[in-house]
Design a protein around this ligand. Sequence first.
Ligand SMILES: NC(=O)c1ccc[n+]([C@@H]2O[C@H](COP(=O)([O-])OP(=O)(O)OC[C@H]3O[C@@H](n4cnc5c(N)ncnc54)[C@H](OP(=O)(O)O)[C@@H]3O)[C@@H](O)[C@H]2O)c1
Length: 308
Amino acid sequence: MSKIYVFTQFGGPEYQELRERPVPRPGPGELLVEVRAAGVNPADWKIRAGAFGTRRTLPVGMGLEVAGVVAAVGDGGGGFAAGDAVIAGVAGGNGGFAEHTLVKAAGAVAKPPEVSFTEAATLPVAGTTAYDLIQHVELVAGQTVVVLGAGGGVGLMVAQLATAREAHVIGVASEAKRELVESAGAIFVRSGDGFPDRVRELAPGGVHLVVDLVGGDVLRAAAPLATDPARVVSAADPGVGELGGAGRRRNPEALAKVTEAVRRGLVAPYVTATYPLERAGEALAAVETGHAAGKIVVVVGRPVSPPR
Ligand SMILES: NC(=O)c1ccc[n+]([C@@H]2O[C@H](COP(=O)([O-])OP(=O)(O)OC[C@H]3O[C@@H](n4cnc5c(N)ncnc54)[C@H](OP(=O)(O)O)[C@@H]3O)[C@@H](O)[C@H]2O)c1
C-alpha cells in the first residue's frame, strides 16, 4: 500500500485527508515514481475549491509537481529506467503529495545530481511558469522588468531569470519580503496603494515587461507602466487579454531549460519551508493564505526542516 494526500469533495480544506491505496501501475508512456519531494502551488487548493471545474473523479490526489526516483517504467517509457532520479509534473488524475505517483515519461527530465530533490520539486509548475513568462518578449540587456508578486514561488524565479538576462528588475511585494526580493537581484518596491508611482520613479521611461502573479486591481494598476500593452503577461489573471497583454504561453522545453538554469546556478528555487507528507494540509494552508514567501515543499520519507 502507498500513502496519498487527497480531497474527497470539492470545497474547503476540511475535505483533505491522507489515505492509503495500492501502489499504482504505470500505463503506456508512464513512469511510476517514488516521490521524494512535491512542490505546493496555489493551483492545488484552487482545484480543490472547484475553481477549474468539478468534473474530476473523487477522491482527487493533490500535488502537481514532483521529484523522485523511478520505481517502474510503463511500455514506451521514454528511455528512463528504474532507479533514475527524475523531475516531472504528475500525470492527469494523479497526485504528487504521495509516496508513489505516475508521471508522463515524455514530460519528465533527469534530475541533475547537483540539484536537490527539494529544489527540483519546484520546477515542473513554478519553475516552468517563470521560464515561460520571461520568454514573453525578447528582452535586451538593460531593459526594465517589473514583477508583481515578486516574493512568491514563481515571482522569485522570474526575478532571478530576468536578472540573469541583465535586465533591471523591480520586484513588487510586501515589506516582509524586501530582503528575499533583493536577494533575487531585484530592486524592491513596496506593494499597496501608490505602488505604480513608486515604480515610475525608478523607471521614468516605462517598463519593457510587466510580469503579473497577483491579478485583479494590482494588474490593472500596473499595466499602464508597460511601454506597450502587449508587454504585459499574467499567470494569475485570465482578464489580462482585455488590457492588451497575454497569458502564459507554454514551451515544452521549459522544464529542461529551467532545470539547466538551476544546475548552472542562475536560478535557485527559494524553498522557505518543508513539511512531511503527514502534514501536507499545513503546507497547503500556508500557500492558501496567498502570501507565501518563496516555495513550500512536501518532503516524503526524508528529514524535514521547520518552516522559517
Ligand atoms: N497559469 C499557470 O500556468 C500558473 C502557474 C503557476 C502559478 N500560477 C498563478 O500565479 C500566481 C502566483 O503563483 P505563486 O506560486 O507564485 O504563488 P505564491 O507563492 O502564493 O505567491 C503569491 C505572491 O503574491 C503576493 N501578493 C499577494 N497580493 C499582492 C499584492 N497586492 N501586491 C503584490 N504582491 C502580492 C504574495 O506576497 P505578499 O505577502 O508580499 O503580498 C505572494 O508572495 C497564482 O495566482 C497562481 O495560481 C499560474
